[in-house]
Design a protein around this ligand. Structure first.
Ligand SMILES: *[C@@H]1O[C@H](CO)[C@@H](O)[C@H](O)[C@H]1NC(C)=O
Length: 149
């Protein structure tokens, strides 16, 4: 088995065990140069959305505040990312994918909790694992990606 596949399997295992049942366990396969859309959803009032990447959410990809229409996009995704929708429900489209875009993407919503006097962060619906490969898709992409199209 190639090193690429061992890496993908490791990411898969860590990602699936990190998710709770209430979150969407979406898995999307793409080839290098292709595009994907992540659909962040929540049914509760929120003040901001931060799309984060990485097993420990260590990388901020995209930020949108409720009262501002200006997006903040990480340099790595500048010119490749578009957002659509009405806050807090946003579709985030990323094109020209590269191998280093592989990883979990989390829809992190944040709201100030008056009672607790603290910022409350929740995972919205739409979090997913993206796997970008240059070795061809492992099986027909329609079976794994239809719910996101
Ligand atoms: C896509 O990204 C690669 C680097 O990953 C870059 O060389 C290429 O110019 C980009 N293509 C487009 C159409 O932006």
């Amino acid at each position: 088995m190639s090193a690429v596949w061992l890496k993908i399997i490791t990411i898969l295992c860590l990602y699936c065990s990190a998710l709770t049942d209430t979150e969407v366990k979406g898995l999307v396969w793409r080839n290098v140069g292709e595009a994907f859309t992540i659909q962040c959803r929540t049914d509760r009032e929120q003040e901001s959305l931060c799309l984060q990447m990485g097993l420990n959410k260590e990388f901020d990809v995209f930020f949108r505040n409720k009262i501002s229409v200006k997006d903040i996009v990480a340099q790595k995704f500048t010119g490749r990312l578009e957002s659509n929708g009405v806050f807090p429900n946003m579709d985030i489209f990323i094109k020209n994918l590269s191998l280093t875009d592989t990883g979990p993407y989390w829809c992190g919503y944040s709201m100030y909790d008056e009672m607790a006097h603290e910022q409350k962060v929740i995972n919205g619906k739409g979090s997913m694992l993206l796997v970008v490969t240059d070795e061809g898709l492992p099986y027909h992409s329609e079976t794994t990606t239809r719910r996101h199209q």
